[in-house]
Design a protein around this ligand. Structure first.
Ligand SMILES: Cc1ncc(COP(=O)(O)O)c(C=O)c1O
Length: 397
C-alpha cells in the first residue's frame, strides 16, 4: 500500500498488526506457547528487567495476542490495546489498575448485571460506586465528589438500549479530574468510537460481536499508552487475566468480517424492532434507531447504526415472558449476544438475576422484559419465530 494512503476501517480490520514472519504465512500465525527461549542468560536478564524488548512469557505478552491488540487499537483510534480473558476481566483490570481504597466511581444504573455486581464487590476494598441514570448528564455531574476517579457506562446499555451522551459525559469526567470509561461491546468501533468523542478508556467483551459466532471468551482495554501500558498493564501481567492466544486468533478472524456483520445485524434488528412496535401485544420496544426512541437524535449523531440488540416488554410479568421465550424454536434461549444465531433471554432471571429487585427496577429491567440479539438469519424467519411467542402469550389469557 502506498505510504500516503490512509487505510479505511475495513482495511484496518483485516490488515493491521500482522508482521509476516520468515515463513511467509498469509493468515495470522497462532503462537500456542506459554514461554519463549532466550539466546543467553544476559538477554533473559535484560528482558526481565524491562531494559530490552522481547517475549518472556505469555502472561506478559504473546505475538498472536499482540496482533489482536494492535488491530483493535487501530479500529478504536487508541494508542494501545490490551487483551484480557473476558469482558469482565477487562473491567476488573481497569479498576485494579486505576483505583485505590477511598476512590469513587460514578456509574450508569443501566449496566450489564455482573458489572453492577463487580462495582458492589469493590466496596469491600474501599472503592464506592454511585449509580445514576445513564441519560441524565446532570446526575453524573451531581454524583461526582473529590474522590471520583472513574465515570463508567455502556451505550447503548444492556438490555434497554439507553444512551449516554459521550461528549457531554467526557466533559463532566474531565472537569472532575476523572476518566470516562465506555463499554463499547454493543456498537463496536464500526458503529461508534468513544475515544474520538472524548472518552479516556474503551472496554470490550470480545465474546460478543468481535467473535461474532459465539466461540470464545475475551475482552480488551483501549486507550492512551500512558494509561493502558503504564497503569493497567502492571496489574494484568501480574494477576494474569490475559487472553489465550487461540482466542486471539479466533477474534482476529472475527474482526475481518466485523464491519459486514454489525451492519447486517443492525439492519435485521431495525426491521424486527419496527415490526415489534406494530404488535398490539407489545407494551414497549427499546431500540436506539427507532424514531420513537427518546434519544433517537443522539443515537443518529453518536453511532452510525442501531446495533443488533432489541428489547421489548410483554404485558404481565415473568409468566408471560417465560411462555414467549419457551415457544420460540429458531431463536436460541441463551445468555450470549452478538452471534450470527439470534438469541432470546429473560434478563430479570438471567443476566440481571443477581441484582436486587430494587436495582433491577432502577435499571428498568422489568419482569415482562425480553431481550433479543438479532442474528443474521433471514429476518422473515426471525419474525415468524417471534409470532410463535406472541401466540403462546395469547394462549395464556
Ligand atoms: C455490555 C457487556 N459488557 C460486558 C460483558 C461481559 O463480558 P464477558 O462475558 O466477556 O466477561 C457483557 C456480557 O454479556 C456485556 O453484555
Amino acid at each position: 500500500m502506498a505510504d500516503d494512503i490512509e487505510p479505511k476501517t475495513e482495511t484496518l480490520a483485516i490488515r493491521t498488526g500482522h508482521h509476516r514472519t520468515e515463513e511467509g504465512e498469509h493468515s495470522e500465525p497462532l503462537f500456542l506457547t506459554s514461554s519463549y527461549v532466550f539466546d543467553d542468560a544476559a538477554q533473559a536478564a535484560e528482558r526481565f528487567a524491562g531494559r530490552a524488548q522481547g517475549n518472556i512469557y505469555s502472561r506478559t505478552g504473546n505475538p498472536t495476542v499482540r496482533i489482536f491488540e494492535e488491530r483493535l487499537a487501530a479500529l478504536e483510534g487508541a494508542e494501545r490495546g490490551l487483551a484480557t480473558a473476558s469482558g469482565m476481566a477487562a473491567i476488573l483490570s481497569v479498576c485494579m489498575g486505576l483505583l485505590k481504597a477511598g476512590d469513587h466511581i460514578v456509574a450508569s444504573q443501566s449496566l450489564f448485571g455482573p458489572t453492577v455486581a463487580l462495582f458492589q464487590m469493590l466496596a469491600r476494598f474501599g472503592v464506592t460506586t454511585t449509580f445514576v441514570a445513564l441519560d441524565d448528564v446532570g446526575a453524573f455531574e451531581h454524583a461526582c465528589t473529590k474522590s471520583t476517579r472513574l465515570l463508567f457506562l455502556e451505550t447503548p446499555s444492556n438490555p434497554l438500549g439507553v444512551l449516554g451522551d459521550l461528549a457531554a459525559l467526557a466533559d463532566v469526567a474531565h472537569r472532575h479530574d476523572a476518566k470516562l470509561v465506555v463499554d463499547n461491546s454493543f456498537c463496536t468501533p464500526i458503529l461508534q468510537q468513544p475515544l474520538s468523542l472524548g472518552a479516556d478508556i474503551v472496554v470490550h467483551s470480545a465474546t460478543k460481536y468481535i467473535d461474532g459466532q459465539g466461540r470464545g471468551l475475551g475482552g480488551a482495554i483501549l486507550g492512551r499508552d500512558s494509561v493502558v501500558s503504564g497503569e493497567i498493564f502492571p496489574f494484568v501481567r501480574t494477576a494474569g487475566p490475559v487472553m489465550s492466544p487461540f482466542n486471539a486468533w479466533v477474534f482476529l478472524k472475527g474482526l475481518e468480517t466485523l464491519s459486514l456483520r454489525i451492519k447486517a445485524h443492525s439492519q435485521n434488528a431495525l426491521t424486527v424492532a419496527g415490526w415489534l412496535a406494530e404488535q398490539t401485544q407489545v407494551e414497549a420496544v427499546y431500540y436506539p434507531y427507532l424514531p420513537t426512541h427518546p434519544q433517537y437524535a443522539l443515537a443518529r449523531a453518536q453511532q452510525s447504526a442501531g446495533g443488533g440488540v432489541v428489547a421489548f416488554t410483554v404485558p404481565g410479568g415473568s409468566r408471560e415472558a417465560f411462555a414467549f421465550v419457551n415457544a420460540c424454536r429458531l431463536l436460541s434461549l441463551t445468555a450470549n449476544l452478538g452471534d450470527t444465531k439470534s438469541t432470546i433471554t429473560h434478563p430479570a432471571t438471567t443476566t440481571h438475576g443477581r441484582l436486587t429487585p430494587e436495582a433491577r427496577r432502577a435499571g428498568g429491567v422489568l419482569d415482562g422484559l425480553i431481550r433479543l440479539s438479532i442474528g443474521l438469519e433471514d429476518v422473515g424467519d426471525i419474525i415468524a419465530d417471534l409470532q410463535r411467542g406472541f401466540a403462546a402469550v395469547a394462549a395464556l389469557a
